[in-house]
Design a protein around this ligand. Structure first.
Ligand code: ADP
Length: 226
């Protein structure tokens, strides 16, 4: 990631690093410019987290490089700020109707729920392609025989950092994670360990990550090259 601070902004950073705390009058004096001239630079450097100011004391450096600032900016965004709405179908939906839903909803991944609206599986494009090149009648194949089932579904929470979910997307090598809320724990048949039951409330896909990335890039442009 490259940050294009102006020459004067870089000079201000160096000056503050050398002489902190330093007032804006002193900075202006050192640079041989009017105080009003450097006001926008100081505002920008402060907003970017590179400088901090204490009243009646002056400016000092935060010790954070631009990369750390950008990184913490990314980590502050939550899944719920970036997710799309989920596209949900029932377990009994036919493969044919699921394919039609993919086109109609312009989604690559469908979430499958039971009659209680709890998530039971995930269906991807290739799951459906596999069925399409098979010999069966797509109208007669229910999606529950094609989908990846719980508890093998990798999920994310609306309140976790989008960055963490993006790392999970990368590691899992799938296109989308269901964003879920935990419903009541329900005991597994014959077992004592409860498995969580989820309501799908969103979809966090590679597209959402790209959108977030381009949004943050646009902020950088608007923020005078930061
Ligand atoms: P595609 O099939 O278009 O390549 P994916 O890479 O997302 O899409 O899916 C690959 C496989 O992983 C499919 O069998 C799909 O059911 C499964 N899958 C998709 N998303 C998840 C997920 N969040 N957790 C677990 N498995 C998933």
């Amino acid at each position: 990631m490259r940050f294009d601070l102006t020459k004067r902004q870089q000079e201000i950073l160096r000056l503050v690093a050398d002489r902190q705390p330093i007032t804006s009058e002193e900075i202006a004096q050192q640079l041989g410019v009017a105080r009003a001239t450097i006001r926008p630079d100081l505002t920008l450097l402060t907003m970017a987290g590179l400088l901090d100011a204490r009243p009646r004391v002056g400016y000092f450096t935060t010790g954070q490089g631009p990369e750390q600032v950008f990184s913490s900016l990314i980590r502050r965004r939550l899944v719920k700020e970036a997710m799309s709405r989920p596209v949900v179908i029932r377990e009994t939906t036919s493969a044919y109707d699921a394919i039609a839903t993919l086109f109609l909803e312009d989604a690559g991944t469908l979430f499958v729920v039971n009659e209680a609206s709890l998530m039971t599986g995930v269906l991807s494009r290739k799951d459906l392609l596999k069925a399409a090149i098979g010999s069966g009648n797509l109208n007669e194949i229910p999606v529950h025989v094609l989908m990846t089932r719980m508890p093998h579904i990798v999920v994310c929470s609306p309140d976790e950092p989008a960055y963490d979910a993006a790392v999970r997307l990368m590691n899992t090598e799938v296109d989308a994670l269901p964003v879920v809320e935990v419903a009541d724990a329900h005991p597994q048949a014959g077992g004592s360990s409860p498995s969580p039951a989820y309501h799908p409330i969103g979809r966090f896909s590679k597209t959402n990550v790209v959108r977030l990335y381009t949004e943050l890039g646009a902020v950088r442009q608007k923020g005078a090259n930061l």
